[in-house]
Ligand binder design. Structure first.
Ligand code: FES
Length: 182
């Protein structure tokens, strides 16, 4: 190539091929396109598994059937990570969401407080935010909560007590359909 007449390599190539400048320009476009595709693909991959994982972890085995049957009536067990209580009532087990139905505070179980039901001598839920009081069925006995504590669907699967923590159920009263017999 005559570099005096084509100093930047932009002269047409005999036979209809591309010049060096055209080649470099296209190479930059291709590299840029690949970079954008890689970034977009990475975003999709990083977001997709989280959405799927959330869908998979809602049903959780909290104890064996044997352990559940060993709970005396009136016992309340706290599952911190699952954010729920298992309350042993007369007819079976109730899974109570720890989130207060008033403004969402975490409701602690206080085993030494006076009882609000006839299942045991002592123990009740007492929300520290506005003194919402609940019994072992999650029913309101004082304070501003507008409804009982929410419950989770609970089932027996094989030898395991399984709670579906992805589906808290609001309710206006207690009925036996909320309990799983053991
Ligand atoms: S948030 Fe529990 S009583 Fe208000």
């Amino acid at each position: 190539m005559d570099t005096d007449r084509c100093p930047s390599g932009s002269c047409p190539v005999p036979g209809g091929g591309v010049t060096r400048r055209q080649f470099l320009s296209r190479a930059w476009w291709v590299a840029g396109g690949l970079l954008v595709a890689e970034v977009a693909g990475g975003l999709v991959v990083s977001l997709w598994p989280k959405a799927k994982a959330g869908a998979f972890v809602t049903k959780i085995s909290v104890m064996s059937l044997q352990e559940a049957r060993a709970m005396p009536v009136g016992t309340v067990a706290y599952f911190t990570e699952q954010r729920l209580y298992i309350s042993r009532v007369e007819s079976g087990l109730l899974a109570l969401y720890r989130k207060c139905p008033h403004l969402g505070c975490v409701v602690p179980w206080l085993p030494d407080d006076p009882t609000e039901d006839d299942l045991a001598q002592r123990g009740r839920f007492n929300c520290p935010c506005h003194s919402g009081i609940f019994d072992r069925y999650g029913l309101v006995h004082g304070g501003p909560p507008p409804r009982p504590m929410d419950v989770f669907p609970i089932t027996i699967e094989g030898d395991e007590v399984v709670v579906d923590t992805g589906n808290p159920i609001q309710r206006s009263r207690f009925d036996e359909s909320q309990v799983i017999e053991i």
